[in-house]
Ligand binder design. Structure first.
Ligand code: GLN
Length: 458
């Protein structure tokens, strides 16, 4: 007997209710079951596609009409959007059933999910560990089977790194492929939505619904419709895998290196060839990203002024005090830090020294990748230098968090598609079993190729 959409939704809602992970910011079972019953009607009438009736949950960065949209911030604690994000709309049209909204770092700023106003998310593999961030709730929900599919966003690694830390599969498509309309903006030239799921194949099915031109997003790409799973079964014989030296230097934990090298050896067994390559500006991606992303954030977050959206301070004497109090109360530490940094690097006298300089190096980073793709078909390396660390360990040390982004930032700065697939376990410091992710980086528009390569390993 086929499981109905309603039974499936009930199954996941029960798991969510019993979960200790704090992965969700908002669930509304009545609403979910309403959507499930609509999906059941579609299934009965034959008006169903591959995704009809399958549950999904959305990172709380995507706005939704029916669920609150908080971006993990006090600023938007009770905010309800008057419209659905384009991505949410696409999945609704496909007949997917929304389970709720997923916890994340405030405005997607973070690497551990500890910057959420709604509290940290726990890693299902080890409740002492962070799930990664900023899409920590998304990755934890997949790993703990609280949902079979979720959305995430990746500005500098926020899909790939939590996927790695939670032992699941996630892909950030080529910049511009997934509509940013209704995705609460962090750094617009970097922000990109994508799916996290158990397998590459599941991610491909989700991309099939997610990647569409959107005239409401000024950087949306007009790509021809494609089936991202069309090449899953191609073998990888003769595939040239570029292994960037800079991804295996000092700072890479030995347990992570071991798992990643074992995965590379597995690919060799499947007939692939390892090619030594260099991405010389890898280290510069940290200062470059942490200038550009805050600069864009400081501009994007100016809209939270107590008038148009969300929180407003209770008492104030005049307009200026209203702004000040609202923003002081509404934003958390990390968000304030980024607004300060961003305003600084954009200000007169510093713009040329920081922002413009960062933009120039950003271009050089993208060129490094193009040079590398002359020698190889895909690039592979670790997603992060270590396995998930303990909750609280780096909570008061922003720079330690920034440094841990070293292997994901350059892909984002170049706008390339990047993927994370599970490739075993490391020990961490606590002698615990914590997942390791293998990163796959492709050239522009090569999502289908990445999914194929991932599928051959999985
Ligand atoms: N960890 C990075 C940051 O804090 C990336 C976050 C993201 O991709 N949204 O900005």
């Amino acid at each position: 007997k086929q499981v109905s959409a309603t039974e499936l939704a009930q199954h996941y809602l029960a798991r969510i209710a019993a979960s200790p992970l704090n992965a969700f910011t908002h669930v509304d079972p009545a609403l979910t079951l309403q959507q499930a019953s609509l999906a059941d009607q579609r299934l009965a009438s034959g008006d169903a596609g591959a995704l009809t009736g399958i549950p999904i949950a959305h990172k709380d960065i995507f706005v939704t009409r029916d669920w609150r949209s908080t971006a993990g911030s006090r600023m938007l604690e009770n905010y309800v959007s008057p419209f659905d994000a384009t991505v949410v709309e696409h999945f609704k049209t496909a007949g997917m059933v929304t389970l709720g909204k997923l916890n994340c770092d405030e405005f997607a700023m973070g690497s551990s999910n500890e910057n959420s106003y709604f509290g940290a998310v726990k890693n299902p593999w080890d409740l002492r560990a962070i799930p990664g961030g900023s899409s920590g709730g998304s990755a934890a929900a997949i790993a703990a089977r609280l949902s079979p599919a979720v959305t995430g966003t990746d500005t500098g690694g926020s899909i790939r790194q939590p996927a790695a830390f939670c032992g699941v599969t996630g892909i950030k498509p080529t910049y511009g492929s997934v509509s940013r309309y209704g995705m609460i903006a962090f750094a617009s030239s970097l922000d990109q939505g994508g799916p996290i799921a158990q397998t590459a194949e599941d991610c491909g099915m989700l991309l099939n619904a997610m990647i569409r031109f959107d005239h409401k997003d000024s950087t949306s790409l007009e790509r021809a419709q494609e089936d991202f799973n069309r090449d899953l079964d191609k073998d990888v014989k003769g595939l040239r895998i570029g292994v960037p030296r800079e991804f295996f230097g000092a700072g890479l934990a030995p347990d992570v290196e071991q798992a990643v090298r074992a995965a590379l050896a597995e690919y060799e067994k499947l007939g692939a060839i390892l090619v030594d390559i260099s991405l010389p500006k890898t280290e510069l991606s940290i200062p470059v990203y942490y200038v550009i992303a805050p600069a864009e954030a400081s501009s994007n977050l100016s809209r939270f002024d107590g008038v148009r959206y969300g929180h407003r301070a209770a008492d104030y004497k005049d307009l200026a005090e209203m702004y000040k109090k609202t923003r002081a109360e509404g934003f958390g530490e990390e968000v304030k830090r980024r607004i300060l940094v961003g305003s600084y690097v954009l200000s007169h006298g510093y713009y040329d020294a920081y922002y413009l300089q960062a933009q120039k190096i950003r271009r050089l980073i993208a060129q490094d990748f193009q040079a590398a793709f002359k020698q190889c078909d895909v690039i592979m390396g670790p997603v992060a230098p270590t396995v998930a660390w303990d909750l609280g360990d780096k909570a008061d040390d922003p720079v330690a968090n920034y440094l841990a982004d070293i292997f994901t930032l350059s892909t984002s700065l170049a706008g390339l598609p990047g993927m994370s697939i599970p490739c075993g376990f490391g020990q961490g410091e606590k002698n615990a079993q914590r997942p390791v992710g293998l990163q796959l980086i492709g050239n522009y528009f090569e999502e289908a190729k990445l999914l194929n390569i991932a599928h051959q390993y999985q």
